[in-house]
Design a protein around this ligand. Structure first.
Ligand SMILES: C[S@@+](CC[C@H](N)C(=O)[O-])C[C@H]1O[C@@H](n2cnc3c(N)ncnc32)[C@H](O)[C@@H]1O
Length: 211
């Protein structure tokens, strides 16, 4: 039985964040929820403004608002791409079979949306031998690493509890390297190891934040 579901995983990640923000900032749960809702409203205004949006990703409450409001929807979108675009899916699975691993660069990686999507797809479409993904994560906001690690931890504990203690039985094996860079400045690209040797690149809702 597949066990990866977007909302329960994000709920667990958010609950941990609410506890730590509550302890570090001395805010009640209700105050945290109110501030998250204020960010959701502000962000929606920014995204609909028709201008380059200004989103306070450096603020933990804004990142929490993003996790709550956007991540399941965007993860669902990518899961649909893999499910319904046979060209991309067969290419990815062909590389996985030929090399034993697919390298994927995510431009504007954010909190781990793409990891969540691929983990769910792999869990619901168990491949013989499993899928192995090496993510190269590019984002200008260093703090997203915490969310990526939290989502990774939740996916792994889910597999451990519901499939097996042995990683080799899991439907997806994954690693990620995070680079804090401005992807609009191509002079940074030379510092990123093997950026041009990736099997796939994903740009999901990042170009629309630039133009
Ligand atoms: C709308 S989020 C998309 C995140 C993720 N791909 C998703 O679908 O949920 C845009 C991401 O791009 C990042 N970003 C925006 N401008 C950037 C830039 N110039 N360089 C690197 N990252 C950038 C933001 O920090 C944020 O994580």
């Amino acid at each position: 039985m597949p066990s990866i579901k977007f909302f329960p995983i994000i709920r667990e990640v958010l609950n941990d964040l609410v506890d730590s923000v509550s302890a570090s900032k001395g805010l009640s749960r209700e105050e945290i929820y109110e501030r998250m809702i204020a960010h959701i409203k502000d962000n929606s205004i920014q995204w609909a403004s028709g201008k380059k949006p200004v989103i306070a990703y450096d603020n933990v409450l804004c990142r929490m608002a993003y996790l709550y409001e956007i991540v399941p929807a965007n993860a669902n979108l990518l899961q649909n791409v893999i499910t319904y675009d046979s060209e991309i899916r067969e290419y990815m699975l062909g590389v996985n079979e030929a090399k034993g691993e697919v390298s994927i660069c995510v431009f504007g990686a954010g909190p781990g949306t793409e990891l969540l999507a691929l983990a769910k797809w792999a869990d619901w479409n168990r491949l013989d031998g499993g899928l192995s993904v090496n993510f190269l994560l590019l984002d200008k906001v260093n703090e997203w690493i915490d969310s990526w690690e939290a989502i990774k931890h939740r996916i792994r504990s889910n597999f451990r509890d519901n499939i097996s203690k042995n990683k080799r039985d899991w439907p997806i094996d994954f690693e990620g390297s995070f680079y804090v860079i401005d992807i609009c400045d191509t002079t940074n690209f030379g510092n990123v190891n093997n950026l041009f040797g990736q099997d796939l690149c994903i740009l999901s809702y990042v170009v629309s934040e630039k133009f």
